[in-house]
Design a protein around this ligand. Structure first.
Ligand code: NDP
Ligand code: OXD
Length: 306
């Protein structure tokens, strides 16, 4: 079995070693290559990669989100496009989400600003029951985050496209469900895919539905959010702060206001990184299933965009 590999990250040797452990029968060929391959393993591939390969049976995306790949339109429609499902990302998302939630809930942002002023002032203690957390997206990653936050004793609401049931979580679906969730969420954690339906979803009107002082945590894609609308609501005092891992333009341009805004924490798209060992194991398992003619999960439904 010949596997075609492309990633702009300099990790070919690590992938080669991991795949040798999990799929020793396969040979890995780094793009560009003249070898016609059976499967492609790609992250941010160049457009010409697919045009030069005529024997591919499926394409594996080396990440969870496929928005960029679908927008590029280069993966032939006839090929199954398979994304990573968790593969070690869920626990990283849980870590980031809990850090952000506790940061806001315990007032660490406010205390950091007080320290800068040399101000000794205690804020009143709070009960977790009084801080409702909203999670947008109840898929592989959103569900793990919703369950972890719920497990800590915070009330949780979550939103998905199709109605869902998660023990202990108030589940909403559809447009009216979103309005209800926003109105009740002191902390909003975003884990939606970027699709035609979700682009610019969090605009001024929707962000303004959040309670005064609410805290936004975007871990999914920057274009889910209208960044200028967020800045305006922070400046006007309606929103209390934001922790942002993803941006409409990445890397975040040096002149962007998010870098220096006192109510914004920026991280460089690291909330859940692709872990090579776990990902290679998952891909190897799915490749074997495909070769045996068995169904696999994680195949992108192109019509819905995720
Ligand atoms: P999933 O496909 O498993 O879950 C997506 C969830 O979003 C589902 O619950 C789905 O609803 C919901 N959803 C999709 N469209 C809508 C809509 N129009 N209205 C309401 N709900 C909707 O994705 P993952 O959990 O694996 O990943 C989520 C995203 O996280 C990825 O697409 C990627 O962009 C981002 N990500 C970011 C990373 C980072 O480091 N910053 C790392 C990894 C992923 P339903 O259940 O009804 O289908
Ligand atoms: C992903 C990402 O989608 O890294 O996996 O953003």
């Amino acid at each position: 079995m010949n596997l075609l590999f492309h990633s702009p990250d300099e990790n070919l040797d690590d992938w080669r070693a991991a795949l040798a452990r999990w799929l020793p029968e396969a040979r890995l060929h780094a793009w560009p290559t003249a070898v016609e391959c059976d499967y492609a393993l790609v992250w941010k591939p160049p457009a010409e990669l697919f045009a030069a390969q005529s024997t591919l049976k499926a394409v594996f995306n080396l990440g969870a989100g496929v928005d960029a790949l679908l927008a590029a339109g280069t993966v032939p429609a006839s090929l199954p496009l398979v994304r990573l499902e968790d593969a070690g990302m869920a626990r990283q998302m849980v870590e980031y989400a809990l850090y952000a939630l506790l940061h806001h809930y315990r007032g660490f942002d406010a205390y950091a600003r007080q320290q800068a002023r040399g101000e000794w002032r205690q804020h009143p203690g709070r009960r977790r029951e009084d801080c409702r957390v909203g999670v947008l997206g109840l898929g592989v990653l959103g569900r793990a985050v919703a369950e972890a936050v719920c497990g800590l004793g915070f009330p949780v609401s979550a939103w998905s496209r199709a109605p869902k049931t998660v023990e202990g979580v108030r589940c909403h679906a559809g447009a009216t469900g979103l309005d209800a969730l926003l109105a009740e969420s002191e902390v909003l954690i975003v884990l939606l895919p970027l699709t035609g339906d979700t682009r610019s979803l969090l605009d001024r009107a929707r962000l303004a539905r959040l309670p005064r002082g609410a805290y936004l945590v975007n871990l999914a894609r920057g274009a889910l959010l209208v960044e200028d609308d967020l800045l305006a609501l922070l400046d006007e005092g309606h929103l209390g702060g934001a922790m942002l891992d993803v941006f409409a333009t990445e890397p975040l341009p040096p002149e962007h206001r998010f870098w220096s805004h006192p109510l914004v924490t920026v991280t460089p798209h690291i909330s859940a990184l692709t872990l090579i060992e776990e990902s290679a194991a998952q891909i190897a398992d799915k490749l074997r299933r495909l070769e045996r003619g068995e169904p696999i999960t994680g195949v992108v439904e192109r019509g819905r965009g995720y």
